[in-house]
Design a binder for this molecule. Structure first.
Ligand SMILES: Cc1ncc(C[n+]2csc(CCOP(=O)(O)OP(=O)(O)O)c2C)c(N)n1
Length: 587
């Protein structure tokens, strides 16, 4: 046994390796990305970036059927993409253990919504485990694989940002040698024709009852008795799981706690006995009243739940204490006042900036997508008018173009999508647009990486998860194969780009623009930084339309001019192209 300080995500990867896990597939997404990144560093595991989460789960199920313990990891919204295989993988069950690791993001640090993955476990009728720290993240991963095999079911391992990204001490052991399981053909189990699926549905209802019985005795569901000390809430008992358990312990050290390591199915008997043993019952959980609703449905009275705690965002010990005690005492440390805000911004040198300088001048609807380019919706560009989910830019632009045509309005919408997102779920939309006669300009900002989530590889980069060479998708060729015209653009050359947009806006029929400028952060532009000839600068501030963090407005003896921070500037030249006074020169 060795002790290490690990994040929850790293611990999950180690837990998978320790339990003999062999095949892992994932699509990046904060806060879950590092699970696969850590697995890539470990020996004996095949770890791969899938094209999307549906592919990851299906491949992992395939791995399980082949006889090796497998895992698919993703962020919470990835489970939506994987929901189709998930719902029926519950019916087929598994061969070797199969875990779906899903990382939720209460507070939406880096997500478009804060949905609660536990609902998927209930809907799919499969177990959901929730670790409360890195040690449990490691232990529960191994347990999830065992439960998966014991009950013939996929198992959801649910974390939240605080669990995935916090670091704590973990005991790691040597990887167990787990024998692969022989694969036996079983058409009635693995082919979900209606006749066979009807049988399997009955089997999973039985499985759920067995899992409920297991949950009653499982050591991961435990009662921690407090001395009931608090005066204002005498003999308080709190049901909590995941990170909420940590907040509860801090907020109410004297309370009794029913800590649930498994939040689906719930140990009904245990909950009833716990409720009977305390005077006031609280259920503390982030996001939805998932446990609370189930407890109320058992006919058990809940004194404190979402009636006093928020449905949105993260909890803190202070929020938990204030909600339940009714007292204002703040148990969380308050942030230091006066720290300047740092709103998100495109990196210096990012080619997305050139596109948005141009799009901000176009009088048309721009449907955006999820990636760094979502920032095109912010000032000074305000150039993106919708963002829904990955891949939706293309399909929505198609719908908008069709709707506008039906209304007799001549306007060509623009869709903006990144390379990783295009491969994740944009290709299908493009085929849909071409097939159904949509008329839009689809811009693929191919920066040769998955920028938003920290620069992961994908099938367009020509490298796999371990950075080895892999077949590379030809994006232009792919668009043409979908039946569309494709033109390469240079997003830094804003004058030519504007002319190209105006030309294609006037033409009829859809077209794809592909920009092939590498991510400035990942690949670093090899250009020299610029500086400003203060004498030439007229102080018109047109260059600020580039929204670049490397530009600063100065004033000397009442004269306004712009200066360039040479440490930040990457010499991309977009600001210089906006300058009418030719004031930018190479440093
Ligand atoms: C279904 C789903 N999976 C994963 C994510 C996390 N995520 C946000 S943007 C993004 C991809 C960004 O890469 P790309 O489209 O190439 O654009 P870039 O950021 O490089 O400009 C990912 C994986 C998500 N939001 N939704």
């Amino acid at each position: 046994m060795k002790k290490e300080i690990l994040s929850g995500n790293e611990a999950i990867a180690r837990g998978f390796a320790d339990a003999g896990g062999r095949f892992a597939a994932s699509y990046p997404g904060t806060p879950g990305t590092e699970v696969l990144e850590e697995l890539c560093r470990l020996q004996g595991i095949h770890a791969e970036w899938s094209i999307n989460e549906k592919a990851a789960l299906e491949a992992a199920l395939g791995g399980s059927l082949s006889g090796v313990r497998s895992m698919a990891s993703m962020k919470h919204v990835g489970v939506n993409a994987a929901a189709d295989p998930l719902m029926t993988a519950s019916y087929t069950g598994v061969n070797a253990g199969l875990v779906l690791m899903a990382a939720d993001d209460p507070g939406m640090f880096s997500s478009q919504n804060e949905q609660d993955t536990r609902h998927f476990a209930r809907m799919a009728k499969i177990p959901c485990l929730e670790p409360s720290d890195s040690q449990e993240a490691l232990d529960f991963t191994g347990l999830a694989l065992e439960l998966s095999e014991q009950f013939d079911t996929p198992v959801i391992l649910r974390t939240t940002t605080r669990i995935s990204h916090s670091r704590s001490v973990v005991e790691v052991s040597k990887a167990a040698a787990v024998r692969p399981r022989a694969f036996k053909k079983n058409i009635r189990k693995y082919v979900m024709l209606p006749a066979y699926a009807r049988e399997r549905h009955k089997a999973i209802e039985k499985r759920l009852l067995k899992l409920k019985r297991w949950a009653e005795k499982a050591s991961i569901n435990q009662i921690i008795r407090g001395d009931g000390g608090l005066k204002q809430v005498d003999r308080l008992g709190i049901i909590a799981s995941g990170i909420s358990f940590q907040y509860v312990r801090e907020a109410f050290p004297e309370a009794s706690i029913l800590k649930l390591g498994m939040t689906w199915p719930l140990p009904e008997q245990m909950i009833r006995e716990f409720a009977d043993s305390v005077r006031k019952l609280a259920v503390v959980e982030e996001l939805d009243p998932f446990i609370e609703d189930a407890v109320r449905a058992m006919g058990v009275r809940v004194d404190f739940g979402k009636n006093v705690l928020p449905l949105t965002g993260e909890l803190t010990p202070g929020i938990v204490f204030g909600g339940i005690s009714g007292r204002r005492e703040n148990k969380s440390k308050t942030p230091i006042a006066g720290i300047p805000e740092r709103p998100p911004n495109l990196c210096a040198g990012c080619s997305h900036r050139g596109l948005f300088v141009v799009l901000s001048k176009m009088k048309t609807f721009v449907s955006g997508d999820i990636g760094c380019y979502t920032l095109g919706a912010l000032e000074p560009f305000s150039a993106i008018h919708s963002v829904l989910c990955m891949g939706a830019s293309v399909t929505m632009a198609h719908g908008i173009s069709t709707g506008l045509k039906l209304r007799g309005i001549k306007q060509k919408p623009v869709a903006v999508i990144g390379d990783s997102t295009f491969l994740h779920s944009g290709i299908t939309g493009l085929i849909n647009l071409a097939y159904n006669g949509g008329d839009a300009i689809v811009v693929i900002m191919n920066n040769d990486t998955t920028g938003m989530t920290g620069g992961q590889e994908h099938p367009g980069t020509g490298r796999n998860a371990r950075k080895e060479q892999a077949p590379r998708v030809d994006i232009m060729g792919l668009c043409r194969a979908c039946g569309l015209r494709a033109r390469e653009i240079d997003a830094y050359d804003i004058r030519s780009l504007e002319a190209l947009f105006r030309e294609e806006m006037a033409a009829s029929g859809p077209v794809v623009f592909v920009s092939n400028q590498p991510c400035a952060l990942r690949y670093r532009l090899a250009k020299k930084p610029l500086e400003i000839d203060a004498e030439k600068c007229t102080g018109c501030l047109k260059c600020l339309k580039a929204g670049c963090i490397g530009l600063k407005v100065e004033s000397k003896t009442g004269r306004r001019y712009v200066s360039v921070d040479k440490l930040i500037c990457s010499g991309c030249g977009i600001c210089a192209r906006l300058c009418k006074a030719d004031a930018f020169v190479e440093a």
